[in-house]
Design a protein around this ligand. Structure first.
Ligand SMILES: C[C@@H](N)C(=O)N[C@H](C)C(=O)O
Ligand SMILES: [Zn+2]
Length: 195
């Protein structure tokens, strides 16, 4: 299988490693472990990359959250197209709203989508949200009305800070944000070890 053929012109790709840009962004790269919805290791390295403008915007979000006692906890950034294809093939038809169709590609493949949550700096733990990362249920919806008021407030705080810096939440996933310039970058299938 091959990534879809794209026509038109794109900006040169400039994938930046998030922790190089801002060492205070925390990582929990689930796809580099077997603790993910696929149940196996997908990435050889626990690293996260975004196109430079998206990475810089994310560092601004992280800086803005600190006075409130939080920093960002990143689960995934750039994702090679072949991993999107594996996710799609693995996911049952009734759950496909939670994975991108490889015939169109994911915005992760363009280095312009990020999966993330909040980290409570003083308490030293992930902030509870209305649902878990990659949970394939309505609790993942950005507008899900259940959970506790504190969980919904945390989810909505993350969304507000991300939207203020050019990111848009995916309605089905409170943790997934697309950067505004995603159309300007091509779908890539470069594995992590070759970045
Ligand atoms: C698989 C999940 N973490 C995700 O990123 N889903 C969106 C829809 C995607 O695959 O682009
Ligand atoms: Zn995502």
């Amino acid at each position: 299988a091959q990534p879809p053929r794209e026509t038109g012109s794109f900006r040169p790709t400039d994938l930046v490693e998030l922790t190089q840009l801002d060492p205070t962004i925390r990582l929990d790269i689930r796809y580099a472990t077997a603790q993910n919805f696929m149940g196996r290791v997908l990435y050889p390295q626990a690293r996260a990359f975004l196109q430079r403008p998206a990475a810089e915007a994310l560092a601004q979000v992280n800086a803005e959250l600190k006075p409130q006692g939080y920093c960002l906890l990143v689960f995934d950034g750039y994702r090679p197209w072949r991993i999107t294809k594996q996710m799609w093939d693995h996911t049952p038809a009734d759950k496909k709203e939670f994975v991108a169709d490889p015939r169109k590609g994911s915005r992760h493949n363009r280095g312009c989508a990020v999966d993330l949550s909040l980290w409570d700096i003083a308490a030293n733990h992930e902030v509870p949200m209305p649902g878990e990362y990659d949970e394939m249920s309505p609790r993942s919806y950005a507008a899900y009305a259940g959970g506790t008021p504190a969980q919904r407030a945390a989810r909505d705080l993350l969304r507000a800070r991300m939207e203020a810096h050019g990111f848009t939440v995916l309605p089905a996933e409170w943790w997934h944000f697309d950067f505004k310039d995603w159309k300007a970058y091509p779908i890539q299938d470069v594995p992590f070890e070759k970045l």
